[in-house]
Design a protein around this ligand. Structure first.
Ligand code: GCU
Length: 588
């Protein structure tokens, strides 16, 4: 029986077909510092094909075997160049109505030319793809990534040819063991929805950089560099022209560290001062724009650069009506402008890492950020693979955004049951966060203990800031319980009310007790801020949520597939009455 026939039968009988494509796993360890580096974009027009039966992997289409051993043409079931066209980055759900609710595998492929310049190594970077991604280049499988919201990298130097065929297989199927798991209150967009880029480096390059304000008088800057490649010993240089600062940092066995005297103007929401920072090593160079600021917690208060601060915030999903999760820069800026218009100085980016561009823009616009990994609701806490996945997403997020002045709080999750497995899982994440970045507070959005009527969750012992989600006035119409909870609770740490609110169909008016009207939502907001504004241990608020968002769990005649708890309509054009309640409250 010829090779093909054997292949044909093998393909239809092999339900283990994925096992050859689960490693190498691309993790945070593969990341390297790419900010302010030259990059070649592979965005644009790609060929696209959904693959609901995983035929691409089962039949190994990436091998492009088009003839049998006797040179006879084989009947192929794929045709890369004649597949439909799509734009990268994008979410397939919004590119074509046929795919709005499609969940499964889909194949992106394109060709690109490569000619060597002065570099020695070339990496492929994917800003993010939801959820599982497999990368193939020139008939070779290069690696597998798990996690739908963080960047990943793979070295392609050895595989490059003049003409290249790149294939990226993305699968957004929801699974109980994933992070997030299969039930979320947001829309499961699929696809290659952030930038795809090529990055060339020399044979020694800057792999990781940490630059932070240090010293109790904010009069020093601490720099850590990690280099990789051929030469792991040498001298790195840091140059901050506006501070007249240019220093050498000795690198030994790949690591270098230095504390340099400097008094930068400090970054605050009101004065988002950024400095150009250039770091180089053996000809490799990174150019950054960084702000310097200090955040500390003392006696239940939060201090930014030594000043007490209240976080006047709002929560928001990474979604636009037009582009889903593939937000364009202008849409991020619009979100931040609208939050600003509501007198916010803070945003809770829920429930997963938003694009890295968000923190860059927040640095510039002067907004403080809460960044979170999607350990959401009933995660498979006792599954070792699930903790690996969650921890890797945490590492990728921190590595990506640790130098962003605007990022002030890391959150390890949202609304999880207070079980032993969960406690072990999230305690591990909280400790890992501190290990990776001891300079920022760690938090999580916890649930109140509805039985004991108080803020009580074993996880809070491992947190610096206690996030609390409560929906009194909505899921529980009675506010009395909230008053009781507040009285019963004596937290010894700052508390943020990370979610509160109610749903309203934009423009729908009615009696204050009529659900889904703006009047009812307004009433709930009035009562919430009246109560919460009086609580001394509350140091921040982020009502749920800036604008309405897609959610298949919401099906009534007002919702029609949307969560309507926005303070703005889904297209952000209509400000609901509650928007002005928050604006007024934050003004004072
Ligand atoms: C939860 C959850 C959100 C959700 C919200 C709601 O608290 O954290 O993701 O959208 O409630 O019910 O609207």
């Amino acid at each position: 029986m010829g090779e093909e026939i054997k292949n044909y039968t093998e393909n239809i009988h092999n339900e283990e077909y994925k096992k050859d494509f689960c490693s190498p796993v691309l993790t945070a360890a593969n990341m390297f510092y790419d900010k302010g580096r030259e990059k070649e974009s592979l965005n644009g027009c790609w060929n696209f094909q959904i693959d609901p039966y995983d035929t691409f992997l089962r039949s190994r289409w990436y091998q492009e075997i088009e003839e049998d051993e006797k040179g006879r043409k084989l009947p192929l079931d794929y045709d890369f160049e004649h597949w439909e066209k799509t734009t990268v980055p994008s979410c397939w759900n919004l590119v074509d109505d046929r795919y709005l609710y499609y969940e499964g595998a889909a194949i992106y492929t394109r060709k690109f030319e490569y000619s060597k310049q002065r570099e020695n190594r070339v990496f492929l970077k994917i800003g993010a793809a939801n959820y599982e991604t497999r990368i193939f280049l020139n008939r070779s499988f290069l690696g597998y990534h798990r996690g739908g919201s963080t960047p990943f990298y793979v070295e392609i130097t050895e595989h490059l040819e003049k003409e290249n065929r790149l294939i990226i297989l993305v699968d957004n199927k929801r699974r109980p063991e994933f992070v997030p798991m299969s039930n979320t209150d947001w829309f499961n967009y699929g696809g290659l929805y952030r930038d795809v880029e090529l990055i060339r480096t020399l044979d020694s390059y800057l792999k990781d950089i940490t630059v932070q304000l240090s010293g109790d008088n904010y009069d020093a800057i601490k720099i850590k560099v990690e280099v990789d490649g051929l030469h792991k010993n040498g001298m790195a240089e840091i140059d901050i022209p506006e501070l007249g600062l240019g220093e050498d940092i000795r690198v030994k066995d790949g690591l270098g560290e230095s504390i340099i005297k400097a008094c930068p103007e400090l970054w605050t929401p009101g004065n988002p001062r950024l400095y150009e920072v250039n770091i180089s090593y053996r000809g490799d160079q990174v150019r950054e724009k960084l702000g310097f600021r200090d955040i500390r917690i003392k006696d239940g208060d939060i201090y930014l650069n030594g000043e007490k601060i209240f976080f006047r915030g709002v929560a928001c999903h990474e979604e636009s009506f037009e582009n889903g999760r593939a937000l364009i820069e202008e849409e991020i800026r619009e979100n931040f402008r609208l939050a600003r218009e509501m007198n916010c100085n803070f945003l809770r980016l829920a429930h997963y890492p938003h694009t890295g561009k968000a923190a860059r823009i927040a640095d510039e616009m002067g907004l403080m950020l809460w960044e979170e990994i999607p350990v959401y609701w009933a995660i498979d806490f006792s599954n070792p693979e699930t903790i690996q996945d969650a921890e890797n997403q945490l590492k990728e997020l921190i590595k990506r955004d640790k130098n962003r002045a605007s990022v002030l709080i890391w959150s390890v999750g949202n609304e999880n049951p207070d079980t032993d497995e969960r406690l072990a899982f999230m305690k591990r994440l909280a400790l890992k966060t501190r290990e990776l970045d001891p300079t920022r507070p760690v938090s999580a959005a916890c649930l109140v203990n509805h039985v004991e009527r108080k803020i009580e969750d074993r996880l809070t012992e491992y947190l610096d800031i206690i996030g609390i989600n409560e929906y009194y006035g909505w899921y529980d119409p009675e506010f009395d319980s909230l008053i009781e909870i507040i009285e019963n609770s004596k937290p010894d740490k700052p508390v943020f009310i990370t979610e509160f609110g109610a749903a309203a169909l934009a423009g729908h008016r009615g009696a204050v007790n009529e659900l889904f009207t703006e009047d009812n939502q307004q009433q709930v907001y009035r009562k919430q801020v009246e109560l919460l504004g009086e609580i001394p241990y509350i140091k921040g608020l982020s009502p749920w949520i800036l604008y309405d968002f897609r959610c298949p769990r919401r099906t009534n005649r007002f919702q029609r597939g949307y969560n309507l708890k926005g303070l703005l309509s889904r297209d952000k054009k209509h400000k609901k009455l509650s928007f002005y309640i928050m604006k007024e409250f934050y003004k004072n």
